[in-house]
Structure formats: structure tokens, C-alpha cells
Ligand binder design. Structure first.
Ligand code: 13P
Length: 269
């Protein structure tokens, strides 16, 4: 079994990776790992996550009470967000929060990552919704994120950043890399005239591959199987119902505008 000290070292290693890859600036971002149902390790607040040593890492219980912290260190101000993920997702053992440049750009622009543009992103993530803005360190962010936890392993935080979670710390970190890579590709392809999206059939084939692989975690492919509308893929109409509520309301607005135009055309004949 991995020792607690080893896990602390791994948290420092992942902190260094998110810092070195520019996924956080200065003291931003936070990481946690579940030790048991009531014990969690987390990064301390207000330090650069790129320069931590195991002595920095704090231990809290499921309520966020400090169980152990060395002098000068206090648990992350975002610990409530992490603990909410663990509470709602017993399969999750690690949570990573960062502010990667492109993904955060989409979160600030209010654009969820829903366009099906490349197989790896579709298999790993499906699509990535945006949880409504909340003030950092309050219950607002955990409450906003909660709604997406049963269907996704990655969420953008409106005007803030991104949150990923998985069965292991490395996998949670890899999800963060995948989110950022997806956002970056989406941004670049938009600069090049707009992405050529994969078709609903191509998306469904990728979703089938994911199901066959039996990959762990939650994914919209599973959610789509349960869609009452009969859609087999949330990408099948170019929009994910849960991921893109704002986009969906835009579609509704477009539809209303079209119908209004048609009615006016008919009346003026
Ligand atoms: P902490 O240093 O308190 O974890 O906060 C960093 C951060 O990114 C808040 O969103």
C-alpha cells in the first residue's frame, strides 16, 4: 500500500506539473487526495503549488476540519469544493483545480466545450459543461458544481477555471491536461475558420468504444443512453443537453426567431 508520505510527494509532483505547464499562476490551484471516507490530504492555501514539499500538505476530515497541518499552513480555501466532489462521487479518489489558459478563457467567455472535434477528447471527456459562477471559498461553487457531478469528470467553473476528478491523482491530472488540450484545439480551429465537427454517427462510434473499453468514471456517453429523447449521443444535435444549457437556450431563441419569421411571411402573403 502507498504510504501517506508517498501520496504527499505525488501531490507535490502534480503541483509542479500544473505550475510548470502554466495551468496556474502564482499561488493558484489546489489538489486533494482521499485517504479514507473521512480523511483527505490537500494542498495548503496561498502557496505556489509548483514549489511544495510533503511538509506543506494538510490533512482534513469530510467536514473540512483540520486534522493535521504544520505551522504556517492552512488547508486550501477551496476545500469545500473538493469535499463536495468526494461526497457525491464515492468512486473519486483525487481532485485537481487549476486555471489553464484556454479552458479558463472558454469559462470566462461562457462557452462550454461541446463541439465534437477529435476522437481523444470525445472518448476521454465527451463534453465539458460550465458550472455557474460562484464566489471562491464559499458554498456557491460546490453547489454549482454538484449538478454536473453524476455525468461528468471535468467541469469548467464560470469566470474562474476548471475542475477535474478521477480514481487516481494521475488520472485527475490527465483529465485537466485533456480539458486544456481540447479547449486549445477548439480555439485554434475557430481561428482557422471553424472546426469541421465529427458527425453524430462518428461520435456514437467513439462513445461505443469508450463503453467497450469499460473506462472508469462518469461520461456523457452514459448519460446519453438514458436520454428520454431517444438520442444516443449528446453530441448528436451538436449540443449536450446538460453541458450546454446556455447554448440550448440560444438554440431555442433561434428557433423562436425562425418561427416568428415564417409566421410573418405567411401573414404578409
Ligand atoms: P488556495 O491557495 O486557497 O487553494 O486557492 C487557490 C485558488 O486557485 C482559488 O481558486
Amino acid at each position: 500500500m502507498t504510504s501517506e508520505y508517498q501520496i504527499k510527494k505525488e501531490i507535490c509532483e502534480i503541483g509542479k506539473r500544473i505550475y510548470d505547464r502554466g495551468m496556474v499562476a502564482a499561488n493558484d490551484g489546489n489538489i486533494s487526495v482521499k485517504l479514507s471516507d473521512n480523511l483527505f490530504l490537500c494542498t495548503p492555501t496561498g502557496v505556489s503549488k509548483g514549489f511544495m514539499t510533503p511538509e506543506y500538505i494538510c490533512k482534513v476530515d469530510a467536514e473540512g476540519n483540520v486534522i493535521q497541518a504544520n505551522p504556517g499552513f492552512k488547508p486550501s480555501s477551496e476545500i469545500k469544493m473538493h469535499l463536495r466532489v468526494y461526497k457525491e462521487r464515492p468512486d473519486v479518489n483525487a481532485v485537481v483545480h487549476a486555471h489553464p489558459l484556454y479552458a479558463t478563457g472558454f469559462a470566462i467567455a461562457g462557452i462550454p466545450l461541446t463541439q465534437p472535434i477529435m476522437p481523444e477528447a470525445i472518448i476521454a471527456l465527451g463534453c465539458v459543461p460550465i458550472a455557474e459562477y460562484g464566489t471562491p471559498s464559499t458554498e456557491e461553487i460546490p453547489n454549482a458544481v454538484a449538478k454536473y457531478l453524476q455525468n461528468f469528470d471535468a467541469v469548467l467553473l464560470e469566470n474562474h477555471g476548471a475542475l477535474t476528478f478521477a480514481d487516481t491523482l494521475l488520472n485527475a491530472y490527465h483529465k485537466m491536461e485533456s480539458v486544456e488540450f481540447y479547449a486549445q484545439l477548439l480555439f485554434i480551429s475557430n481561428q482557422l475558420g471553424g472546426p469541421k465537427e465529427l458527425s453524430p454517427e462518428q461520435v456514437n462510434r467513439l462513445y461505443d468504444i469508450r463503453r467497450k473499453f469499460g473506462l472508469k468514471g462518469k461520461h456523457p456517453a452514459d448519460m446519453c443512453l438514458n436520454l428520454k429523447s431517444g438520442n444516443t449521443s449528446c453530441h448528436s444535435n451538436g449540443k449536450c443537453e446538460l453541458a450546454s444549457e446556455s447554448a440550448a437556450s440560444k438554440v431555442d431563441e433561434d428557433l423562436v426567431a425562425q418561427i416568428t419569421r415564417k409566421v410573418i411571411e405567411q401573414l404578409s402573403k
